[in-house]
Write a protein that binds this ligand. Sequence first.
Ligand SMILES: Cc1ncc(COP(=O)(O)O)c(C=O)c1O
Length: 388
Amino acid sequence: MSIVTEKLLPTLESQPAPSTIPLLDLKAQYLYLREEISRALQDVADSGTYVLGSRVREFEEAFAAHIGARHCVGVNSGTSALHLALITAGVGVGDEVITVPMTFVATTWAISYVGARPVLVDVDPVTYTMDVGQVERKITARTRAILPVHLYGQPADLAPLLEIGRRYGIPVIEDAAQAHDARYHGQGAGTLGFAGCFSFYPGKNLGAYGEAGAIVTDDDCVAARLRRLRDHAQGQRYHHDELGFNYRMDAFQGAVLGVKLRYLDAWTHARHRLAAGYRERLADLPLQLPTEACDLRHAWHLYVVLHPERDRLRCELEVLGISTGLHYPIPVHLQRAYSHLGYREGDFPVAERIARECLSLPLFPEMTAIQQDQVVAAVRTLLREDPV
Ligand SMILES: Cc1ncc(COP(=O)(O)O)c(C=O)c1O
């Protein structure tokens, strides 16, 4: 029996089993918004326009205004957003794009879709975002974009990346799929580079009720091309000047997102309160807690702690009724799909350590104080002799 289990068993025997705390609770949020969402969906059904249309346009305008971008182009997923952003940045077959191994694999899928090669640099051991000190030495004559990921909702250190991009004439595309409402030096994450890509997958900080995503940009021509590309590259109906895609956002998702956007500020505040609660009450434990780098606003999409015995901790939290997540257990360079890149275990030690040790604790805006107390108590019970 493990030390942790020995400590846990008396607790389990002496207390009633706690209710399950989910990693996130989409149903709780839906119940709160039910009336508004139902009305918005009914409006779409009544309108007879089910793809793009006024609901999507209204959401695009509201989201662009919310984060401080000139244009927002709604698409059908974050993956499609990255794909189209890379195309409009001129990335193509044989090119290289610099990104990180610690991300959801969609970041590198998009690079592969355009026929380019992901060139990886490790992440920073404190912020878990792109280690900007490693970028310049990876630039070659084929480098066509730098693609930092705002992992877990924390913006990558964009100022030095933008400076490198300016010096070499290489666009920076932000993977802001996890960073709605995050800020970097006062500016909305996603708005600082050539383009910013968002996912509205249901579990995201701003989530649709299906698949959806968006690209934001300040460039009028890029926005116009993105609008054509997502719609079979039609400027004029049935006139296709280049290879296009069916990446359109559907009207139901536009309507849901339009309703939910009005709550995003309040939800981000709630996430901050919960993240501060974890920091205060877990700081003395043998865990590496996430930090918020100075002069930026974390979106706290995920609250990820590192622990050397992550798998055991995870199982024992599950026994105590606490669900957790792994973001992400296998870094991109060790995925079989990317074996052709020739990377080996040991190439990116920070990403590999995060993959081994990461554990996402429950954090969602509707999480109650009682639920957080339960998570904190369980973690403390498992990691300390004297739980409080
Ligand atoms: C960092 C990152 N990039 C891209 C994506 C892809 O977004 P989608 O699932 O909407 O295609 C995700 C989604 O999880 C993500 O977390």
